[in-house]
Design a protein around this ligand. Structure first.
Ligand SMILES: Nc1nc2c(ncn2[C@@H]2O[C@H](COP(=O)(O)OP(=O)(O)OP(=O)(O)O)[C@@H](O)[C@H]2O)c(=O)[nH]1
Ligand SMILES: [Mg+2]
Length: 226
């Protein structure tokens, strides 16, 4: 698998700005500082998304379009969406509300697009990132419930696995899986652990969606852009 191209294709800071770029997308959602932007960079093998040690870095919905060569003759286009994080207390109530509003607007737009356009039908795949060192936080449980209540299928990704001893991986993955009742993968943006597995899962979900919607890869490469 080779990343051929990756570009930031849109940024939106308001619900109105979101409407134009709903398409085949994988959204990353998680607490501030959990490692969403770092994971995007690790997946696309470029430093496109801005990261920070201080939480609250990403304040916009940013869409990165990636062209992935799975084989020489099979190229897919995937949009990875970096959403602002939740649970950033120091940003104040207003900032927290703005984040929540933007995320709500994004998922509502995604669900509406899915209903309206046959080519978008299927489960909009969402990666819910949780910190592998803190797999049982209430904020993550609440977010997971919120996503599930919005009818979104979620793949849970345990981040920063490099700081977790290998011996604990299985237990942490099981703990996260029990709470989220779904698929789990542990990854490290730092040393690349788990990234191949995550790419495989992402491509499998997209492939399933393509087959569900009866589209060919060629048709999808012309999916609506900004
Ligand atoms: N050890 C380790 N640190 C990581 C990893 N991924 C991210 N970090 C660190 O975690 C911090 C936050 O990373 P970001 O990618 O900016 O987090 P974010 O979720 O995008 O944060 P917001 O934009 O504030 O919502 C940075 O200091 C990163 O270097 C990882 O896999 N391992
Ligand atoms: Mg970020």
């Amino acid at each position: 698998m080779k990343i051929l191209e990756a570009d930031l294709i849109s940024s939106a800071g308001s619900a109105a700005g979101l409407k134009s770029f709903i398409g085949f997308q994988i959204a990353l959602i998680g607490r501030s500082n959990v490692g969403k932007s770092s994971l995007i960079n690790a997946l696309i093998r470029r430093k496109l998304a801005r990261t920070s040690r201080a939480p609250g870095k990403t304040g916009l919905v940013n869409v990165y379009r990636v062209r992935v060569a799975i084989t020489k003759s099979h190229v897919e286009t995937v949009d990875l969406v970096d959403l602002p994080g939740y649970g950033y207390a120091r940003g104040g109530v207003r900032r927290a509300e703005a984040f929540a509003e933007l995320a709500e607007a994004y998922f509502t737009a995604l669900a509406t697009a899915g209903r309206a356009d046959k080519s978008l039908q299927g489960d909009p795949p969402v990666l819910h990132l949780v910190d592998s060192r803190h797999p049982e936080l209430d904020a993550d449980r609440i977010a997971h419930t919120w996503l599930a209540n919005h009818g979104l299928r979620v793949l849970t990704v345990g981040t920063k696995a490099d700081v977790l001893p290998r011996a604990k991986w299985k237990r942490v993955a099981r703990m996260i899986g029990d709470r989220t009742d779904g698929q789990v993968v542990l990854v490290s943006a730092k040393n690349g652990d788990g990234l191949q597995d995550l790419w495989k899962m992402i491509l499998k979900v997209l492939d399933q969606r393509l087959r569900d919607s009866g589209q060919t890869a060629r048709a999808r490469s012309t999916h609506p852009g900004p």
